[in-house]
Design a protein. Structure first.
Length: 94
């Protein structure tokens, strides 16, 4: 999944301009929020990646292209990610 998601970072031509990110493995189209998640935006590090760790820790600098099992997250950090997943699910389905 991570490899396929990477092309939707708003930069790669084969992503056709779409900006997507994942939360706990669920992919969301955040193209409407391109000024936040697209190139040059404050959350651009989330684009084309699973943003779970960054959302849990409120730190965009922790983003990586590698698989992250999140096993070292504290319970409150994991809850933060689960809450974000609920929010993203509502926004993407409304």
């Amino acid at each position: 999944m991570l490899f396929q998601l990477k092309k939707y970072d708003g930069v790669h031509a084969d992503g056709e301009g779409y900006v997507c990110m994942a939360v706990l493995g669920t992919i969301f189209d955040v193209t409407k929020g391109k000024r936040f998640y697209g190139p040059g935006g404050p959350y651009a590090a989330f684009a084309g990646r699973d943003a779970s760790r960054g959302l849990a820790t409120f730190d965009v600098s922790v983003m990586t292209d590698q698989y992250d099992d999140l096993a070292d997250l504290k319970p409150d950090e994991m809850q933060q990610v689960q809450n974000r997943l609920k929010i993203c699910s509502c926004v993407n389905h409304s």
